[in-house]
Design a protein around this ligand. Structure first.
Ligand SMILES: [Ca+2]
Ligand SMILES: [Ca+2]
Length: 194
């Protein structure tokens, strides 16, 4: 008897059923305007679904070009997750979108940063709550998360241990394109003259 009751309670406590009950209760309470309904819906979802997108990067700093692997540590919400959208350089443009199975959505991704700088990273996750209740879409923001350092030897394009004229020219062009600083182009020039 006791274990049966426990089982029933467990079924009743599943997020989808709890959410449905909450919407019925909240929706039946009044004939409130649409905006208030939306607010109640958002509150009910917030209470019933803890959805927390998260990630970690390895490594978080190093010389350009820097290849970084990102692990998706999202938890909560309703699985399977349906979409992961990564913006690795904080410019508002999604660089990689993952869809498919839950495993494919949360798969590791790798991004190479060609240029020095400090980059913010955004991960937007879409979970699997069916319409009209869902899906939930949440974004995890890590400001200034990746630091890509300047390495003058990166201009040794043919990897022969010498900075040659055409390689210096590349650095100077990058400087005039605003990709590297004056100090950085001077570092490349020093290697050329040394
Ligand atoms: Ca981007
Ligand atoms: Ca060279």
């Amino acid at each position: 008897m006791v274990s049966n009751r426990g089982k029933k309670l467990k079924i009743i406590c599943s997020p989808v059923i709890l959410f449905t009950i909450a919407v019925m209760l909240l929706g039946g309470a009044s004939n409130s305007p649409v905006q208030a309904d939306e607010l109640l819906r958002a509150q009910a979802i917030g209470i019933l679904y803890h959805f927390n997108p998260d990630f970690e990067a390895f490594p978080r700093s190093g010389a350009a070009p820097l290849a970084v692997r990102f692990e998706n540590w999202t938890n909560g919400g309703e699985r399977p997750y349906v979409k992961a959208e990564w913006d690795f350089n904080g410019d508002g443009v999604i660089d990689i979108t993952l869809t498919g199975t839950d495993a494919e959505v949360v798969a590791d991704v790798t991004w190479t940063y060609p240029l020095p700088g400090v980059y913010s990273v955004y991960l937007t996750m879409t979970d699997g709550i069916p319409a009209p209740l869902g899906p939930l879409v949440h974004t995890e923001t890590k400001l200034g998360y990746i630091t890509v350092l300047f390495e003058p030897w990166a201009y040794d394009a043919n990897d022969n241990g010498l900075i040659e004229k055409e390689e210096v020219v590349k650095a100077i062009v990058d400087y005039f394109d605003g990709l590297i600083t004056k100090t950085q182009v001077m570092e490349v020039l020093q290697l050329y003259f040394s």
